[in-house]
Design a binder for this molecule. Structure first.
Ligand code: C2E
Ligand code: MG
Ligand code: MG
Ligand code: MG
Length: 280
């Protein structure tokens, strides 16, 4: 025991770890400043039916850092989660995405598009989450029926009863739900069917493994069967090649997103993309 504690104490003075802690403290301060100075932007990645119909887009957060340029969410979302900054940041994302959705709703070529928004566990499990979503919908005038919240398996597991209640309250006004990165977490089949989920999103890692040594192809097949059984659509994430596209179509996925169709784009670029497709 004493020996283990001693080792832990020594580990705290591990210079590499000290550097990591210092870097995350600096990042936290920088994130706070960035939130106040509105350095965040949303990019939008198209979500497409396998028939080629544009169904909507996923809002993906980017940090437009004055010195470092565009910073990836993979770098700062974990720090934002650890520090609780994800709550105001997530609120900003929801409001910005809903503003954009309201704008799409008013345009002929974009009127039917859905907006998918990532929600972190911290944000979702706040007691006032449902009220905040309703307030943002009212404030922005975004159509609730075209807002889709992307939740993760670990988020659902944390408090199943509370989660089910919140999801049903939001579903009553038309908000939809997708289960993000599906297959990487620990979903239990015993409650998956109790949740009002509209969509399963197959994690990109399985799509990448389709033609490899791993079990990607088998997992895609299983998730599609599960989606059919539970009456949820299945979207494949991270489709990069024509071969991956052909496979997910053959297996019965209804939708996909990935670099094959489009990378995430700034709102103006997405509008151009849509106009070019409508015109051409
Ligand atoms: P995610 O929600 O699973 O989003 C999909 C990620 O896959 C995005 O990365 C997207 O750019 C990337 N991606 C899409 N298609 C392809 C492809 O064909 N190939 C490859 N290699 N990548 C592809 P991104 O934008 O870096 O976001 C990473 C993660 O950060 C997201 O994963 C999500 O978990 C989190 N995130 C992003 N924005 C938000 C946000 O507003 N709130 C929260 N809570 N999390 C966010
Ligand atoms: Mg997502
Ligand atoms: Mg995902
Ligand atoms: Mg993923």
């Amino acid at each position: 025991q004493a020996k283990a504690a001693g080792r832990n104490t020594i580990a705290c003075f591990d210079p590499e770890m000290q550097l990591r802690v210092a870097a995350s403290v600096a990042l936290e301060a920088d994130l706070r400043r960035a939130l106040a100075q509105e350095e965040f932007v949303l990019h939008y990645q198209p979500q497409v039916g396998v028939d080629g119909r544009l169904a909507g887009a996923e809002a993906l957060l980017r940090w437009n850092h004055p010195q470092r340029g565009l910073v990836s969410p993979a770098e700062f979302i974990p720090v934002a989660e650890d520090t609780g900054l994800i709550v105001p940041l997530g609120q900003w994302v929801l409001r910005s995405a809903c503003r954009q959705l309201a704008q799409w709703a008013g345009g002929a070529a974009t009127a039917a598009l859905e907006m998918a928004v990532n929600v972190s566990a911290h944000q979702f499990h706040r007691p006032d989450f449902v009220g905040q979503v309703l307030a943002v919908l009212a404030e922005t005038g975004a159509p609730a029926g075209r807002l889709k919240l992307e939740l993760t398996e670990s988020l659902l597991l944390k408090d199943v009863a509370g989660t089910v209640e919140k999801m049903f309250l939001l579903r009553e006004v038309g908000v939809g739900f997708a289960l993000d990165d599906f297959g990487t977490g620990y979903s239990s089949l015993s409650y998956l069917h109790r949740l009002p989920l509209d969509q399963l999103k197959i994690d990109r890692s399985f799509i990448q493994e389709i033609s490899g040594e791993g079990h990607g192809a088998a997992i895609v097949r299983i998730i599609v069967a599960l989606g059919q059984a539970l009456d949820m659509t299945v979207l494949a994430e991270g489709v990069e090649t024509a071969a991956q596209f052909d496979f997910i179509v053959a297996e019965g996925c209804q939708a996909y997103q990935g670099y094959l169709y489009s990378r995430p784009l700034p709102a103006e670029r997405l509008a151009e993309f849509i106009a070019a497709r409508a015109g051409g």
